[in-house]
Write a new protein. Structure first.
Length: 402
């Protein structure tokens, strides 16, 4: 009797892959991401660099798994999400995107339900580009709209106008991709509550399946961070920003967009897959400049300089800027932070047991204060934050760590 040869089952080491495209037509004065001014002649070198990084990382993982088994891979068996972020992924041409996509697909066995999400700027949206994306398998878009008001967009240093955003949204509505997100911003200098409300209402008139709502953050090393007037505006309007956020969370929920994280709202089943996987503590790999990865309780981040990134790859070394193995207390803080940023909250008893931690009087008093102030509440064993509490989620996490 012949025994059938058993083929080894193919696994993906991670369920989520992030691809960072750093190019932007110009750099917005508030931006703190790993970005650089776009130069088309750099695209090919960069894409080939990323291609190399993907290939080598996949081979390295395979080797680790087979030789010393020190890498204890967990999580699902197939890749469920590929996310193109930036920067501006839509600065690339369709064949360039396809090359990266096909290499990720070659290296990591994919689920049939794979979500391929792609960030776009409104000025790059046109019917041909959208059908090109759909043809290569992109099935979710994320549009960096921010506002419908040209004056607000100018203040932000954005390249598109309100008119271009409307045209982009109409083109997306007519395209084959029906799962899409619109980014909206609040807390922009000189943006009134009424202006922001008008933005939210106009966004809803396009029936988005997802909205990401971001408060403008002022980072020290950016032109906004160096601008005293802007910093003053920011510190004097915190109350107004809270009002904008609380109004929007209610308005979006009324329109059927359920909040599933501090900044993210979606209709049922259209939550961003990458978001869900990462926030549930799953492992992920990031490729490209400044991209972060998390595997076997180790986090690493790539170098942000494009030249150094490419040089390291050319010399056959990893373009890694930092690598840290998360200690138990860091894992506990991260798990608490991720859970508190989601409406389902955190099962405190399980969390304490898992990380061998015990809350003291100080943490219990803080929770009571948060509940009394309408920022938190108990749902059985779960501690949840209200919309008012979510605004302070990161600070609350720090204070709740024993
Ligand atoms: S377009 Fe987006 S990523 Fe690029 S500079 Fe502006 S904010 Fe940053």
């Amino acid at each position: 009797m012949k025994l059938a040869h058993k083929k080894p089952k193919k696994n993906s080491p991670v369920p989520a892959v992030y691809l960072h495209i750093p190019f932007c037509r110009h750099i917005c004065p508030f931006c703190s991401f790993a970005v650089r001014r776009d130069r088309v002649e750099l695209h090919e070198k960069y894409i080939l660099g990323m291609f190399d990084e993907i290939t080598r990382r996949a081979a390295w993982l395979e080797e680790k798994k087979q030789i010393n088994r020190e890498l204890k891979l967990s999580g699902p068996k197939l890749l469920e999400s590929i996310y193109f972020g930036g920067g501006t992924p839509s600065s690339l041409k369709i064949p360039e995107i396809e090359l990266l996509l096909s290499q990720v697909r070659n290296c990591f066995p994919c689920s049939d339900q794979l979500e391929i999400s792609f960030e776009m700027n409104p000025e790059d949206v046109n019917p041909d580009y959208l059908s090109g994306l759909a043809e290569i398998g992109v099935n979710r878009l994320s549009l960096g709209g921010q506002s419908f008001q040209t004056s607000t967009l100018k203040k932000l240093g954005r390249f598109h106008s309100g008119l271009e955003l409307r045209q982009a949204l109409r083109a997306i509505a007519d395209s084959a991709i029906d799962n899409w997100n619109l980014d909206l911003m609040f807390g922009i200098p000189e943006q009134s509550i009424l202006m922001f409300r008008t933005d939210v209402e106009e966004a809803l008139s396009y029936y988005p399946s997802h909205i990401s709502l971001y408060g403008l953050e002022i980072h020290e090393k950016t032109p906004f961070g160096q601008n005293e007037q802007i910093r003053k505006w920011d510190s004097e309007h915190q109350q107004q920003f809270e009002e904008m956020y609380l109004w929007a969370t209610e308005r979006l929920e009324k329109a059927g967009l359920i909040q599933y994280e501090v900044s993210n709202f979606s209709i049922k089943t259209k939550e961003g897959r990458n978001n869900l996987l990462v926030w549930s503590g799953n492992e992920y790999l990031g490729f490209g400049v400044g991209a972060h990865s998390y595997l076997s309780q180790t986090r690493w981040g790539n170098k942000c300089s494009l030249n150094t990134y490419l040089k390291d790859l050319e010399h056959n070394s990893w373009p890694v800027d930092f690598e840290e193995h998360l200690q138990v207390n860091e894992q506990a803080a991260e798990s608490l932070m991720l859970a508190l940023r989601q409406p389902k909250g955190v099962n405190i008893e399980q969390w304490q047991k898992r990380f061998c931690l015990q809350w003291k009087k100080q943490q219990l008093d803080l929770v009571n204060e948060l509940c009394a102030a309408g920022r938190a509440f108990w749902k059985g064993q779960y501690l949840c934050l209200t919309a008012k509490g979510m605004l302070l989620a990161d600070r609350i996490t720090v204070e709740l760590m024993p």
